[in-house]
Design a protein around this ligand. Structure first.
Ligand code: SF4
Length: 210
């Protein structure tokens, strides 16, 4: 059966381009921008236009993998697995031999035991979840991970890893952190694209001003 699913790009771009995905027998076969979307108008950036290549890539990591060799070029770095200082690790000579597939149960048991060991020795705030935007889907963006780490009692990170500088810049120039509605751009008399390439990384600005 073939159907076209309407969606939106979830990346922290965050233009939320309208997306049409053709699905045949449970497998996505085509991704394209939604020409009916009033702002993004069928556009997808180069990264997302090729998204199915990534989703179905044979190189995609689909299972838990444990590092079994030292990081970096052989002999240049040491690596102690499982938080055990000084533990012996085989030297990495073949990059394809650096990882070993393990089961989900093994992976979850190992993570849980290491979290328990850290919490017992140092307290739960010794664990810091370090992440920010990435994918802004409801489940991935700021939902299940927050619940988990709050329950664990981990340290809390102000999720502004890369945006604090931009926010400070907006406030210093405009006094507030406000965006501009796309429909308003055409009324601007003068737009300065400061330190940005709007053809590459602010792609939905330029159609409104050209
Ligand atoms: S420009 Fe690219 S990353 Fe940004 S919302 Fe559109 S498709 Fe997603």
């Amino acid at each position: 059966m073939k159907q076209v699913v309407h969606g939106a790009c979830p990346h922290d771009c965050p233009d939320a381009c309208g997306v049409l995905i053709t699905v045949e027998d449970g497998r996505a076969t085509k991704i394209q921008g939604d020409p009916e979307h009033p702002v993004t108008r069928g556009f997808l950036c180069a990264k997302v236009a090729k998204y199915l290549d990534r989703v179905y890539s044979p190189d995609r990591v689909l299972y838990p993998m444990r590092r079994i060799a030292a990081k970096g070029p052989a002999g240049q770095r040491s690596f102690a697995p499982h938080g055990q200082p000084g533990a012996a690790v085989p030297t990495q000579t073949d990059p394809t031999q650096a990882w070993q597939r393990i089961s989900w149960d093994e992976a979850l048991d190992e993570i849980a035991s290491r979290f328990r060991a850290i919490t017992t020795e140092f307290g739960s705030e010794a664990i810091l979840p370090y992440s920010y935007g990435g994918t802004l889907g409801t489940l991935n963006g700021a939902f299940m991970d927050r619940r988990f780490f709050h329950r664990l009692g981990a340290s809390q990170l102000d999720r502004t890893i890369c945006s604090a500088a931009g926010e400070a810049g907006l406030k210093s120039v405009l006094g507030v952190k406000l965006g501009t509605e796309p429909e308003q751009f055409r009324h601007s008399k003068y737009i300065i694209a400061w330190a940005s390439n709007i053809h590459g990384n602010n792609v939905h600005l330029w159609p409104f001003i050209t």
